[in-house]
Design a protein around this ligand. Structure first.
Ligand SMILES: Cc1cc2nc3c(=O)[nH]c(=O)nc-3n(C[C@H](O)[C@H](O)[C@H](O)COP(=O)(O)OP(=O)(O)OC[C@H]3O[C@@H](n4cnc5c(N)ncnc54)[C@H](O)[C@@H]3O)c2cc1C
Length: 397
């Protein structure tokens, strides 16, 4: 079978991209190393994803949002950033925006399922599961992938959505900066006896950071960032002891708490590809930019990469031009770099500041929180970055 586009990886970015090309007339293959069953019903992985208003819009346009049960969507009304044990916080409230919320929370496996379900009526997409891409290459007019079993496919365009550790990106010679924070993120869900009031809280304690994100039924998603060497001792903790520790770290603001999921650990490595394309080959999702989760931008950027690349390809098709030309891919790369690079570098700078325990850094953090509350343009800039409301209202997408 001849394909026009081969997508490597059926994560949320690869599937959203395939869905974006539903009306393109292009014949698409999505190659994924896991099974069809795992894609159709992905297991819970502890990640509760904060989605911006732009992602909400894009997921609506792709038919994903309506497929998610309302009970699986939580809204965030307010957000707080706390420094150490200080009662002072930098506050964001939806009432300072044009919307009735700052954003949404949906579990990663639910997003993945919605992307899979939304694809089911796309006749132009062939899923090739249980297939691992072992090699990739391109010539002047086409790209090709070779599976571990030696089978080969070719197409005018290959798009890699195979994670931040993309092996195919490396094979295609796209240079990528990687920042290993030497830290690990532990995530889980917990129930709480007191209300979270739809508030997301980021506590920058001195030894570790703790994010508390609201989810329905008065549960919260707990995101702990700690030195990687401490990971195993936290994973080995007795469930009761873990709950008491979190209660103490939150100064009992959420009352008594109990674990409602297992603990999941993710080593923190951020990646940014120098450019998002080369000849007949493009990278999207985490393969383009793999974010530190503290600013909750990873999948939000992944959706945007899929949207921008698909839009550039569709424009070329409408104009009767080659959808996989260097001009098309370069326009995608430039546009997405302009959005992703500042977010990537800004997030890494923030992480550096909040994991530095020297006295000047502590002082700078304190000053930043106060300034953030007082200097209105700075605050609205941060708010805009977190919610992407202006991107929807002002039409950046
Ligand atoms: C703790 C945590 C919290 C997060 N919170 C947020 C948040 O609040 N907001 C947000 O926007 N983002 C968040 N993220 C980021 C978000 O989870 C990722 O950006 C997103 O899941 C990446 O999707 P992807 O499709 O690009 O890659 P992946 O989900 O990594 O998918 C890659 C796919 O490619 C397949 N694959 C890989 N190699 C091959 C191969 N050789 N052949 C075939 N298939 C292959 C894999 O099996 C996989 O299915 C968080 C991440 C973490 C770790």
């Amino acid at each position: 079978m001849a394909f026009d586009v081969i997508i490597i990886g059926a994560g949320p970015a690869g599937l959203s991209f395939a869905r974006s090309l539903k009306d393109s007339g292009l014949n698409i293959a999505v190659v994924e190393k896991t099974s069809k069953e795992q894609l159709a019903d992905p297991a819970y992985d502890g990640r509760e994803i904060a989605l911006t208003h732009l992602s909400h819009k894009l997921m609506n346009d792709l038919g994903m949002w309506p497929l998610i049960d309302d009970k699986q969507k939580t809204i965030i009304k307010t957000a707080k950033v706390v420094n150490g044990n200080s009662p002072y916080s930098l506050d964001f409230d939806h009432s300072e925006t044009s919307k009735d919320n700052l954003g949404f929370m949906v579990a990663n496996n639910v997003i993945r399922k919605s992307a899979w379900d939304a694809l089911q009526d796309s006749d132009n997409v062939t899923m090739l599961c249980d297939k691992t891409v072992a090699k990739v290459g391109t010539n002047a007019v086409r790209g090709w992938v070779e599976f571990e079993d030696g089978e080969r496919l070719d197409a005018p365009l290959v798009v890699a959505a195979d994670s931040r550790f993309s092996a195919t990106r490396r094979m295609m010679g796209i240079s990528t900066s990687m920042l290993d924070f030497g830290r690990t993120c532990i995530v889980c869900t917990m129930s709480a006896s007191r209300s979270h009031f739809d508030t997301a809280t980021e506590c920058f304690h001195y030894d570790r950071t703790l994010a508390v994100l609201p989810i329905n039924d008065n549960k919260v998603s707990i995101v702990i960032t700690l030195k990687s060497e401490e990971t195993q001792s936290v994973l080995d903790m007795d469930k009761q002891a873990f709950a008491r520790d979190i209660e103490n770290r939150l100064n009992h603001k959420l009352g008594s708490m109990a674990l409602t999921s297992e603990l999941f650990a993710y080593p923190l490595v951020a990646t940014l590809a120098k450019q998002f394309y080369t000849n007949r080959f493009a990278v999207i999702g985490d393969a383009a930019v793999g974010m530190h989760p503290v600013t909750a931008h990873g999948f939000n950027l992944g959706l945007q990469s899929a949207h921008i690349l698909a839009s550039e390809m569709m424009s070329a098709i409408d104009e009767g031009k080659d959808f996989s030309s260097a001009q098309v891919l370069s326009r995608y790369s430039t546009k997405h770099q302009r959005i992703a690079a500042p977010v990537y570098h800004g997030t890494n700078a923030l992480v550096k500041l909040y994991t530095n325990n020297t006295a000047p850094a502590k002082l700078a953090r304190k000053a930043l929180l106060h300034l953030g509350n007082i200097v209105k343009p700075a605050k609205s800039l941060i708010m805009d970055q977190l919610t992407e409301i202006r991107a929807v209202d002002g039409g950046r997408a």
